[in-house]
Write a protein that binds this ligand. Structure first.
Ligand code: ASP
Ligand code: MG
Length: 428
């Protein structure tokens, strides 16, 4: 049983990896190379389709029906063109499928709004993945890659938290073992959708933006997969964002824990939500480049061995430093702290860094003007507040003096906090 299971591999391709017919040909090549495995492929919506669907929903919600219809028509045309570039034999069947999906959208937006906006959002926005996967599955079939298109809404059951569905694991497991596993055992490639699931009464539910990685991880967990591979347009994870730091170092291997730490400090790497289902079953996650599948990429996993990392850097911009001081120069006590924290909590402001001294409390937060105004109003009843704007929060894990010196040239450091592993600096 186990030996059989352990050969299952999950591949996830994002919207960018399928956005042109050339890229789909490359994706098909990558799938073809794995045909000796039991392969389940999770795919996102085509290119920026999710954003386009969101715009349709927002127009509908704002009662701009003409705008919603016009945007729907444009998106339908885009999918028809895309389908024509990838499918030939059964093009009329696919066109009919596209027609059906878009008529679902028209039906929704023509009806009066009776439910919450998030409900309509999910009924419409979830359709991007339905479209892309159906077209790609047909393309693969016509290119002799045996595959079965699976509607993931029949498998992944969630509650009705629209826009952020919570998976019902037990029911989803039963479905995955009953519907997906036998197909994989027969060596059919399974093509399915990321980002979506459904309630027990088959209402569409999305799992949060960029949720396809999470779907890949959930399926890997349910099917006891050997690995999950997320195919991206970058060669690997990097030690820093190349848009901010020139020449970051590629990371060959990294632990789940380290990835979660990086995400916590603000790195746009893999979302911690995606890590958890994998970590629970020690399933490694590979990040690979679909443009050149031979590149080594990054392996994210659990290892008892100590990995030696380059300095991993994260920069948060638009930071505000709030200096909160007692009005009568009395000490900041636990009582003060607990009320200060309560004010932050009430204002829904996440604290990125804190430090407290005898009569003051300093916190670094993102610039959310409305929330900040609310917070400052609360604090001002008891404290003096000084506010410093337009700052950066610079975090380095596994820092070296050399790396810090390089990066902090010409910068004024306002605050430093460090542990043996992590240094955080608020800089101007
Ligand atoms: N298509 C969805 C989004 O763009 C899910 C994903 O791409 O992961 O948010
Ligand atoms: Mg997407």
């Amino acid at each position: 049983m186990f030996a059989n299971n352990c050969m299952i591999k999950i591949y996830k391709f994002g919207g960018a990896s399928i956005e042109s017919s050339e890229r789909v040909v490359q994706v098909a090549k990558i799938i073809e190379q794995a045909l000796d495995q039991k392969l389940c492929v999770v795919i996102s919506a085509l290119g920026k389709t999710t954003n386009a669907l969101e715009e349709i929903v927002f127009s509908y919600i704002e009662n701009k029906l003409d705008v919603a219809k016009e945007k729907t028509l444009i998106l339908k045309e885009k999918h028809n063109q895309y389908a024509s570039s990838l499918v030939s034999k059964e093009i009329s069947m696919i066109q009919e499928f596209i027609e059906d999906v878009f008529s679902t959208i028209y039906t929704i937006i023509e009806e009066p709004k009776e439910k919450e906006a998030a409900y309509y959002y999910d009924q419409i926005v979830s359709l991007g993945e339905i479209l892309s996967t159906r077209i790609i599955a047909q393309h693969l079939t016509e290119n002799e890659i045996p595959n079965v298109w699976v509607d993931i809404r029949e498998i992944l059951k969630t509650d009705n938290t629209y826009k952020d569905g919570v998976i019902f694991w037990e029911e989803s497991l039963v479905n995955a073992l009953k519907e997906i596993k036998p197909l994989l055992d027969k060596k059919h490639v399974v093509i399915t959708q990321g980002f979506i699931g459904s309630t027990f009464d088959m209402q569409n539910v999305t799992l949060g933006r960029e949720g396809s990685d999470y779907t890949g991880a959930v399926l890997a967990n349910l099917l006891d997969a050997k690995s999950l591979t997320i195919w991206k347009d970058v060669p690997s994870l990097l030690s820093a964002d190349p848009k901010i730091f020139p020449n970051p170092t590629p990371i060959e291997e990294i632990t789940y824990h380290e990835v979660i730490e990086m995400a916590y400090y603000g790195a746009q790497v893999i979302h911690p939500k995606t890590i958890k289902p994998l970590q629970n079953k020690s399933i490694p996650l590979y990040v690979k480049c679909f443009l050149d599948e031979k590149l080594p990429g990054t392996k994210i996993y659990n290892t008892p061995q100590k990995i030696s990392y380059p300095p991993l850097m994260v920069l948060k911009t638009k930071q505000v430093l709030l200096e909160v001081t007692t009005k009568d120069y009395s000490f900041i006590t636990e009582k003060n702290l607990s009320s200060i924290y309560a004010y932050f909590y009430e204002s829904k402001l996440k604290i990125n860094l804190i430090q407290n001294a005898a009569i003051s409390f300093v916190a670094c937060v993102d610039t959310h003007e409305e929330k900040l105004q609310h917070l400052m109003k609360l604090l001002q009843t008891e404290y003096e507040i000084k506010r410093h704007d337009d700052l950066f929060l610079f975090t380095v894990r596994h820092y070296t003096q050399h790396a810090l010196k390089e990066e902090l040239k010409n910068r004024k450091v306002l605050l430093t906090q460090k542990t043996p592993e992590t240094i955080q600096l608020v800089v101007q």
